[in-house]
Design a protein. Structure first.
Length: 326
């Protein structure tokens, strides 16, 4: 079996704790992506995973245990109780050690529960169990998950290495790159000071989201459009970090028109307008940000903007200057 054909036997790449895109071979079928949200992945895992038993009596007991733990994990995850969901998946992995699906589920939920080091260990063990030549899809999935866990540990070079390898596996297999992975790699590049490389990834991510018909929930294309907007927002922010405030303003205005409910780009425009001396426009943009569904409250917290939303330093400084007059 060729490397491309072997990699094509796997179906998904992940972004951290959830599957985000079906790998579609350009040579065999039209490029499509089929995303799964976190809860969708967990629901599928808990509904379909198999277990291994050594005898009828043991199997019956194990079956009951697994059914109970499955329910507990699903209910906890739906309630955003990630610690309890993680504990249930940990118990599943220990009760049924022959099934790697529980380990993968524990690794993915572990990122939500902020058990980053444990998730790195789980993904590393999963990677050690697969051959990237014969199962490139699984290797890419585990690499992408581990990269997100490394991000949680602020281990940017290690995360970047895994994202690079995820994208390399896709290319070797003849698959389209995953736009979520590209956006995440852009974040790592930015954290390492490579804002030119980050912007390239953000732009390509936005392009792939926009051109793909596969990112949808039912008949809705919201997930695809949200992904495109988020990546385009990151590209505009990166452009400001590269010193092109005028270009960043133009791009941020385009995004804000496309996504009028985005507080993020309204707050960015307030900072950019103020830096350009356009005080009245800055105030108007800020008021519009505060009137969005999300609101402007989080953007008053520079730690959130810097560490969680991950605006580049130049934009954080501009926002700080604007907020200092309010």
């Amino acid at each position: 079996m060729s490397r491309a054909a072997a990699a094509g036997s796997a179906t998904a790449v992940t972004r951290g704790p959830f599957r985000v895109a079906e790998l579609a071979s350009r040579r065999e079928r039209p490029a499509r992506h089929l995303p799964f949200r976190r809860r969708d992945f967990l629901a599928g895992l808990l509904a379909t995973s198999t277990w291994h038993a050594s005898g009828p009596a043991f199997a019956a007991d194990l079956d009951a245990t697994i059914a109970r733990l499955r329910r507990e994990a699903a209910e906890a995850y739906d309630a955003a109780d990630f610690t309890r969901a993680y504990d249930a998946l940990d118990a599943l992995a220990k009760a049924d050690p022959g099934n790697p699906a529980w380990v993968e589920g524990r690794a993915q939920v572990g990122v939500d529960a902020k058990h980053f080091a444990s998730s790195v260990e789980d993904y590393s063990s999963l990677l050690a169990s697969v051959d990237p030549v014969t199962d490139g899809g699984a290797a890419a999935r585990f690499r992408a998950g581990r990269a997100l866990a490394y991000e949680g540990l602020y281990a940017w070079p290690l995360a970047l290495r895994d994202y690079d390898e995820t994208l390399r596996l896709a290319e070797v297999g003849g698959f389209l790159p995953d736009p979520y992975v590209l956006n995440s790699r852009g974040n790592c590049r930015g954290s390492l000071g490579d804002w030119g490389g980050a912007r390239e990834d953000y732009l390509e991510s936005a392009r792939l989201f926009q051109s793909s018909k596969g990112f949808r929930s039912g008949a809705s294309t919201t997930q695809r459009l949200d992904g495109a907007v988020y990546a385009a927002s990151n590209a505009a922010l990166a452009l400001a970090e590269l010193g092109d405030d005028a270009g960043a303003t133009v791009e941020a205005e385009k995004v804000s028109r496309r996504a009028p409910n985005s507080a993020d780009m309204r707050a960015a425009l307030a900072a950019l307008y103020y830096a350009d001396g356009r005080v009245a426009e800055a105030e108007e943009a800020w008021e519009l940000a505060c009137g969005r569904n999300v609101g402007c409250g989080r953007y008053r917290d520079l730690d959130y903007v810097r560490r969680v939303r991950r605006w580049p330093p130049a934009m954080v400084e501009k926002l700080d200057a604007f907020l200092s007059i309010r």
